[in-house]
Design a protein around this ligand. Sequence first.
Ligand code: AHR
Length: 504
Amino acid sequence: MTTAKIIADKNFEISEIDERIYGSFAEHMGRCIYGGIYEPNSDFSDDQGFRKDVMELVKELGVTIVRYPGGNFLSGYDWKDGIGPKENRPARLDLAWHGLESNQFGLDEFMAWANKTNIKPMMAVNLGTNGLKEALDLIEYTNVKAQSKWALERVKNGQTEPYDIKVWCLGNEMDGPWQLGHKNAKDYATLAADVARGMHQIGENLQLVACGSSNRSMPTFGTWEETVLEKTYELVDHISLHTYYEDLGDTQEFLVISTDLDYMINEVCNVADAVKAKLRSKKTITLSLDEWNVWNLSRFQAMERPKEWLPAQRVIEDEYTFKDAVVLGNLLISILRRSDRVKMACIAQLVNVIAPIRAESDRPAWRQTTFFPFAYTSRFGRGKTLMTRIEAPTINSSRFGDVPAVDSITTYDAKNKKVAVFVVNRSLTETIDTSILLSGFGNLEIADQITMSSNNWMATNNAVNPNNVEPSKNITAEVEGSYVKLKISPVSWQVINISVEETK
Ligand code: AHR
């Protein structure tokens, strides 16, 4: 049988894990908000119209921060339409998704929902059709306690204390020609710097995110980040990156696709650090991977757009397969591996729209296959990441050359005395006999082993069969001294959560 070795040592740390890497994204798109998060008059909803079953699943998913309100929707959105008495709110055209936005759910509803769901907000300002003035009004509304117009407006709308929102995205995908108000890097950078300066004059300890590239294939990838950071370096904390991955028909290539994310993260860090050097700055820019997921994008691009302007039309309600879940688990390994630089990450999106949670009005919400690796990574992947050496057979990828069949990362949660080892087997055929050497931890005891393994790579959960794919909780791994030994099936993802002794 093929063998692999994974080695981690308590003393070789990568970084503290920022819990905001377990973020998500709620856009006014399709049925993410309307019919997902918010469905007034439903038996499943509370008195504010929030789906209680969805809120429970959001908590179970372990989401820490949610980016709102978009997405491409953001670039045509006026946040002022979504506040105040609901009967006075105007319906508007949503140009991004060719829909009708009722504005019945807006900023105050989002904050009430976030509060109930115990998540932090990551707010975004429209830099497509709006600019400095609207952004300043917005942060006055959310963060200021004063006898001023927008602060008083918030009080009038029932929120006495400021929301004090700390994390703000300066626009969305401004490098993309599809974006309303798309700009070249220089023009965006000038606007983002102006807006950042103004926002810092109002808010304290804000963390601002400058728009990076919409994906690694953008012709401006790299030069965009360079130009934007040259102008905004001391004003922002994070640069964003977005990336979606799909199965283009070659399962083996799809299974190693997280290699692309590894490259992308390294490349964005390299550009940011080159700007740091040029500017002789002491500060290091960190990364906000504020849209990532598996998404059958080609299918979406080939689809006809809706003809009529209607509210909450179904858009990209992808049904995720078992193999999508394995790839998603691997993407989380990539994110954890760079926890030194990736400080926020948002699985896009949260409900219905390419989402781990699905909801229909006539039945309880359910978990997609991709729900599980996310939920268990968020639950067990806490504390610090440890350098994780992998010795494994390789797969020859036409895109990436030789890549290891096994990918893995180890986390150490000193407070709870737990080590978690996340492991994915990307081979289509080989069961791999794997030894994990954990040095420096004393006695080891397996507390949990969560495995996603199946012969049916196309299996899904859906409205009719919501529990078809579920992870196994059987403990098959065995401890032998400082080793954990297990056999990992082809096309599988798992986490082994291990109790360790307190060691000096
Ligand atoms: O998440 C769906 C869309 O993908 C977002 O609106 C946009 O930012 C990205 O292109």
